[in-house]
Design a protein around this ligand. Structure first.
Ligand code: NAD
Length: 326
């Protein structure tokens, strides 16, 4: 039986990854600073602690795991990453985690580490035109991410690559593009656009109004969680180190995303555009490299994933309203 360590197991992607690995008959130790808000972890063991603390990281890396999945990061949507208020914490906390994890993994004789980077590390100058963003893997340099979150991801990518060259540890790196689905942040200020619009549409009545930061003409692509995990597992099984994009190439405007949520809900609402933190003007996953290296790329439609996500968020909204009225 293979043994895996999932760091960030109390979070959105980590929580789903634990389930996926369990379904593949792995023995799994999950680690996070908090337990999962929405589900009970299916990990064989769940250890709660702070990965910024090297002593704790040494404790949980007490054996040569077959696979370590490093998903822990100080993380959130545009409201968290682009406001500027959390920049130093984001850089400090996530870099500390990665520095500790590599050192302890090398000492423990870990066989392979997966590192979750982000499309936020791509240069801002290539993402000004909402119709034609360039997110090819080899467009990363000269570097010019538009957020400190992106800079930390770039630093840590380089650190994992250097650890591979100098310490001989096997690594895999993926650059995730907007992963979404049920059982993730939807109302705590760290939620991303798909969850935020599902919530806004579910909370507002038919004929009502929802608010949106910016003009809604900025573009993005969104990848459903199950497809993200399929990509992660295929990358781990391959002999390609990366970095490689794991994202959808179905690019939509944020207005289109909000309208899709309304369509799924069967509601017609108006959109009020207000000032707010935005990020780059356009972004889409370039899937040429993943197809070439893994012979696979995500192919679910955005609607398929949004239908499942809307259902879960509408249930959370109903539960909250029921509790408030009770
Ligand atoms: P998440 O915030 O739900 O999960 C991250 C987890 O890390 C959280 O549960 C958090 O408690 C944990 N964590 C943070 N600091 C910690 C610490 N000091 N010690 C222990 N645990 C700590 O985020 P997610 O969406 O599941 O993202 C997982 C990874 O994927 C992150 O590295 C993120 O940067 C990356 N990523 C995600 C997306 C996305 O769209 N969700 C896109 C690009 C990259």
């Amino acid at each position: 039986m293979k043994k895996a360590l999932v760091l960030g197991a109390g979070g959105f992607i980590g929580g789903h990854l634990v389930n996926r690995l369990k379904n593949e008959d792995y023995w799994v130790r999950g680690v996070d600073i908090k337990t999962h808000e929405y589900v009970k972890s299916t990990a064989n063991e769940f250890k709660k602690g702070d990965l910024r603390d090297p002593r704790f990281v040494k404790e949980i890396l007490d054996q040569p795991f077959d696979e370590v999945y490093q998903l822990a990061a100080d993380m959130g949507g545009a409201g968290f990453i682009f406001s500027g208020e959390n920049d130093a914490d984001i850089m400090h906390n996530s870099a500390m985690i990665n520095l500790n994890v590599v050192e302890a993994s090398v000492k423990a004789g870990v066989k392979k580490i997966f590192y979750s980077s982000s499309a936020c590390m791509y240069p801002e100058r290539n993402q000004m035109d909402p119709e034609n963003p360039n997110c090819k893997e080899d467009s990363a340099y000269p570097a010019e991410p538009d957020s400190e979150y992106g800079w930390e991801k770039l630093f840590s990518e380089r650190f994992y690559l250097a650890a591979n060259r100098n310490y001989g540890i096997d690594i895999r790196i993926a650059r995730f593009h907007n992963i979404f689905g049920p059982e993730g942040s939807w109302t705590d200020g760290r939620e991303k656009a798909p969850a935020a619009f599902c919530r806004k549409v579910a909370e507002a009545p038919d004929g009502g109004e929802i608010k949106m930061w910016g003009d809604g003409e900025q573009t993005r692509s969104f990848l459903y969680i199950d497809e993200c995990l399929e990509g992660v597992r295929r990358l781990m099984e391959s002999d390609f180190m990366g970095p490689v994009n794991i994202g959808s190439d179905e690019m939509v405007s944020i207005n289109e995303l909000a309208n899709l949520a309304m369509d799924i809900a069967g509601k017609s609402q108006s959109i009020k555009h207000i000032p707010g933190p935005l990020g780059v003007r356009g972004r889409n996953s370039d899937n040429v490299l993943i197809k070439e290296k893994l012979g696979w790329a995500p192919n679910w439609s955005l609607r398929q994933g949004m239908e499942l996500t809307y259902k879960w968020i509408a249930e959370q909204v109903n539960k909250k309203q029921f509790m408030l009225n009770d």
